[in-house]
Design a protein. Sequence first.
Length: 332
Amino acid sequence: MRPHVLASCAVSLDGFLDDATPQRRILSGPADLDRVDQERAGVDAILVGAGTVRADDPRLLVRAPERRAARVARGLPPSPLRVVLTTGAIDPSARVQAEPGAETITLAGSPGEVLDALGAQGVVRLMIEGGAAVLREFLTAGLVDELQLVLAPQLVGDGPRFTGGGRAPHLVETRTIGGDVLLRHRFGEADDRHLAEACLLAEHCPPSATAFSVGCVVVADDGTVLGAGWSRRDHPLDHAEEGVLRALGNDPRLRRATLYSSLEPCGERASRPDPCAALIARAGIPRVVHAWSEPPDFVTAPSGSAQLEAVGVEVMQLPRWEPLAIRCATRR
Ligand SMILES: NC(=O)C1=CN([C@@H]2O[C@H](COP(=O)(O)OP(=O)(O)OC[C@H]3O[C@@H](n4cnc5c(N)ncnc54)[C@H](OP(=O)(O)O)[C@@H]3O)[C@@H](O)[C@H]2O)C=CC1
Ligand SMILES: Nc1c(N[C@@H]2O[C@H](COP(=O)(O)O)[C@@H](O)[C@H]2O)[nH]c(=O)[nH]c1=O
């Protein structure tokens, strides 16, 4: 299965990824660089083109010791796999090769072949950090799921430009980070965009030994996101769907909405009277899309989908997102 692809870059107000000098130009402020570090800590591999290695000589490691320790506690290496695209070889003295802290591999091939190769190695979440040619290549091939583009308050005048192509971007979020502005966009069909977002929300769940970590997004028929959340956000026993539906109350738009959940809604609860399938049916939601069928870990015969279908709710599983749902559910 191909990984979920996050492309990340910072651009100046005039659209440049760097200036025209040989020195590396840092565009993001310290708060945004810390956010990028957090994103790095959440992925399995970081990919750049050899041009970025030659120009910037990056290390591509997770910087914060507490983030490295958290990865090790989850059974992961302290920093993600470093992947350099090149048709040749990288200089052995380049920091991405010479500095310890993560394994480094080189790859060549079309974007699809590169993603297939990484998927076969168990990479579920990939972060592409540039540069200009590689971002353009993956965007144009329609193989980027999420783009995090940071606008930095600098005017550079000349240098490599951020350019794209291919599928239409859909705005998910804008966030001010220090003096920078993060624009988060997703690509692809609405079901894929919202379900991938729900899967990633599961990473926010407080850990639990007796319940799954799940993310949920509820979307109106006009595309408006009505609510989003994750397990145990508001209460230690809350399922993701339960918290989101409680916050939405009797919103009439629910009767034409789709509920996206990283995990099949439950059909049985030990700790609460109503399973999520009953809550969804009672809210009048006509459509559910999920990534991962509930395994029989906590109940003997998961039946949420069957219960929903029995009352006329359309239930659809998108298997493409199952590895992402599982990967994000097991983050501690
Ligand atoms: N502001 C930001 O967030 C960022 C800015 N940058 C900037 O971007 C610039 C670098 O961009 P650019 O020069 O376009 O270089 P890239 O980093 O995009 O690398 C391009 C090189 O990658 C290799 N390559 C690309 N695609 C493939 C493929 N499919 N298979 C095999 N090899 C491949 C080739 O290397 P080879 O020639 O060895 O075969 C190619 O020359 C720098 O100025 C850097 O500072 C970079 C990252 C982030
Ligand atoms: N200049 C720039 C970025 N550049 C990216 O960060 C890499 C440097 O990483 P490292 O040396 O390992 O910490 C660099 O090679 C490129 O991929 N990123 C950003 O978020 N904002 C910026 O302004």
